[in-house]
Write a protein that binds this ligand. Structure first.
Ligand code: BG6
Length: 279
């Protein structure tokens, strides 16, 4: 079942239920903010303090960072992580498939407003398949007459039992940029987290696994050569209005990205895609 719903403050979203899972997708940001299979804990973390209001990114779920990841290189007054996560997308296709999965396509194209922030014509389609796995495919098409460069991320907040319990497998010997110290290092072994972390791993493997005490989440991707790992830890959480002071304990962002040296130039008329499957 696909239901088009509106929160009290006129925030439009889709609610999807099928034999495999229950999911919610906000039209602002094409933002999947809930996905849960009946026999498993919720896949995605969502801050109970997220305001779900127009013009403010949801804290949790899968924000889409586009057309730039992080701060804009030249102008730090432009929205952090680009405008896609605070723009209203259109639902251009929806289908309940005979195999029991549900398919939704959301689309964002340039407007007079986006052209003030980024002077290009583009079309981004986000395909979401809600099934036994959660699949997202983001297709970025350059509909302009000149090439453009993008950095992007599916800024996924994973729901975990406790940050001290988890390990990320698949990053051994991978080089990373540490945004907290502005320096580059190489990962040794699995990654466990006991303090604030903000890193971009480059040339990562196509499959990363999050080991938790009660389950494993595997993230398989194509079209992405970088992974952002972020947890604000306690001190930063306290400064964030849309995060509870101990919210950091039950979330970890593992962001399938094209960030930093993995940014992509897309020629006029061409499409670049990132596909990711969470299982
Ligand atoms: C991460 C960045 O992807 O997102 C961090 O690497 C940033 O530097 C975090 O703090 C959250 O960003 P925002 O804009 O959603 O608060």
């Amino acid at each position: 079942m696909i239901q088009h719903k509106i929160l009290k403050n006129s925030f439009p979203y889709l609610e999807i239920s099928n034999q495999y899972a229950h999911a919610k997708i906000s039209l602002q940001g094409a933002h999947v903010f809930a996905y849960k299979a009946p026999d498993k804990p919720a896949l995605l973390w969502l801050s109970p303090k997220s305001t779900m209001q127009e013009g403010k990114a949801i804290r949790g779920g899968i924000p889409i960072c586009f057309p730039w990841f992080g701060r804009h290189k030249a102008d730090s007054t432009l929205p952090q992580h680009g405008f896609a996560r605070i723009s209203l997308w259109k639902v251009v296709d929806e289908e309940e498939r005979t195999n029991g999965t549900t398919y939704i396509r959301l689309q964002l194209t340039q407007t007079a407003q986006t052209r003030k922030l980024w002077a290009y014509d583009f079309e981004v389609n986000l395909d979401v398949i809600v099934g036994e796995t959660l699949t997202l495919s983001m297709h970025i098409t350059n509909t302009d007459t000149k090439p453009f460069e993008v950095s992007t991320a599916l800024h996924t907040y994973l729901n975990i039992s406790d940050i001290e319990n988890v390990e990320v497998v698949g990053l051994d010997d991978t080089e990373y940029y540490d945004a907290l110290t502005n320096s580059t290092h190489r990962q040794q072994g699995n990654l466990s987290i006991h303090t604030e972390i903000d890193r971009v791993y480059q040339h990562k493997q196509a499959s990363i696994t999050l080991l938790d005490s009660d389950r494993e989440i595997s993230i398989t991707s194509e079209g992405s050569g970088s992974l952002v790992v972020w947890n604000p830890w306690k001190e930063k959480s306290i400064t964030m209005a849309d995060m509870s002071d101990d919210g950091y304990k039950t979330m970890l962002c593992l962001e399938t990205a094209n960030a930093r040296e993995d940014s992509r130039v897309i020629e006029a008329g061409k499409t670049h895609s990132i596909d990711v499957i969470y299982r």
